[in-house]
Design a protein around this ligand. Structure first.
Ligand code: SF4
Ligand code: SF4
Length: 355
């Protein structure tokens, strides 16, 4: 039995004359074993608390999909209160620990959008009926002071259906973008989360600028276009799209330099703008013939080093090539070779005709 009372009007409660007084709509998500039982105890003990909360019971807070909370906000909930067992008391050992980590991650993103104060994570045990009533009263009071949710326009909500071809992370991203649009949130600065602040499953490729030679092996194996590259003014820029990484580590395996590592991490600007964060630049070699930039200088140097290790540099140097092998672009190499072959072959062909 859950007993609630209408919340008291506070001086800061938004009112408009002639209109029905605004009341916060709060979604409560509780675990079955502790907080729901605590709420039930508050009811059977006839402890009164504000009736603005609507409780959804789940077996464990670990079952709370981030989409539950984000959809609640997208749908216009004024506040969302999650409550589970105290740390160490979880019926499923560590479900509440995993849930809290996820919560902290999304709260940090929602803080940036001005919605972080509208979600809370509490711990209420089955014997804490009074604490449950106090937690709900306190949160309701806080939401009353904050006023109605700034999330506007409830049309065109995100389709939450996730099929086997789609990743849950993409869906979460879609809902976050939808919420951002509804609160007019525009990310302005790069914001990198510390590894311990990031939810499991979120990571990105980190390149070591001292080891990376710009060979673009990682770029060619990435299945999700996480790694982008762009050649601008004699430099090759490498970018990372923080939305897409599957943490599959294929790029790590492909790197010949051990220069890339998938680390738990997250960057908000790239995520919300859906654009790569340009995080590395490598100088490009200028072609000794046409003058166009073509391949990263460190890549050419590394190639030369490896050939030297295999004692192949001398062999290459011994060839009488019609171009400088390390500083000529592939197009000019082809043209020079074709020209040389034509020059060598022409007299032979001519002689052949005569005989
Ligand atoms: S871990 Fe996989 S998805 Fe992420 S950057 Fe590397 S290859 Fe791409
Ligand atoms: S594969 Fe390694 S060396 Fe090549 S561009 Fe990627 S990080 Fe750099």
């Amino acid at each position: 039995m859950i007993l609630t009372v209408k919340s008291k009007e506070t001086p800061s409660s938004p009112k408009s004359k002639g209109k029905k007084k605004w009341e916060p709509r709060i979604v409560g998500i509780t675990c079955n074993w502790c907080s729901y039982a605590g709420a039930d105890l508050a009811g059977t003990s006839r402890i009164q608390y504000p009736s603005n909360i609507r409780i959804i019971r789940v077996n464990c807070t670990g079952r709370i999909d981030p989409l539950f909370v984000l959809r609640g906000l997208e749908l216009g909930a004024d506040g969302i209160l999650i409550s589970g067992c105290h740390i160490g008391d979880c019926h499923y050992v560590e479900g509440n620990v995993a849930a809290k980590k996820r919560f902290e991650f999304f709260k940090k993103i929602l803080d940036e959008m001005g919605l972080g104060d509208r979600i809370t994570f509490e711990h209420v045990s089955a014997s804490e009926g009074l604490k449950w009533a106090e937690v709900v009263a306190e949160f309701t009071n806080k939401i009353e002071k904050l006023g109605p949710t700034p999330v506007k326009d409830l049309s065109n909500l995100t389709d939450l259906h996730v099929d086997e071809t789609e990743s849950k992370k993409h869906k979460i991203h879609e809902v976050l973008l939808s919420i951002a649009k509804r609160v007019d949130y525009e990310p302005k600065k790069v914001m990198i989360f510390e590894p311990e602040e990031v939810m499991e499953g979120y990571g990105f490729p980190k390149r070591d600028p001292d080891k990376c030679v710009g060979c673009y092996g990682c770029f060619s194996v990435c299945p999700e276009n996480v790694i982008s590259l762009e050649d601008v003014e004699g430099k090759r820029k490498y970018g990372t799209l923080h939305t897409e990484c599957l943490v599959c580590k294929e790029c790590e395996k492909a790197c010949p330099q051990e220069a890339i590592e998938i680390v738990p991490g997250f960057e908000l600007l790239s995520y919300m703008k859906n654009e790569p964060l340009w995080d590395l630049e490598v100088e490009l070699q200028k072609c000794s013939i046409c003058g166009k930039h073509f391949s990263p200088i460190p890549f050419g140097e590394e190639l030369k080093k490896r050939l030297a290790e295999k004692k192949a540099v001398k062999a290459i140097d011994g060839l009488s090539l019609p171009f400088e092998p390390y500083t000529t672009c592939p197009t000019c190499k082809r043209e020079k070779m074709a020209q040389t072959i034509a020059e060598v072959a022409q007299p032979a062909l001519t002689t052949g005709k005569k005989s």
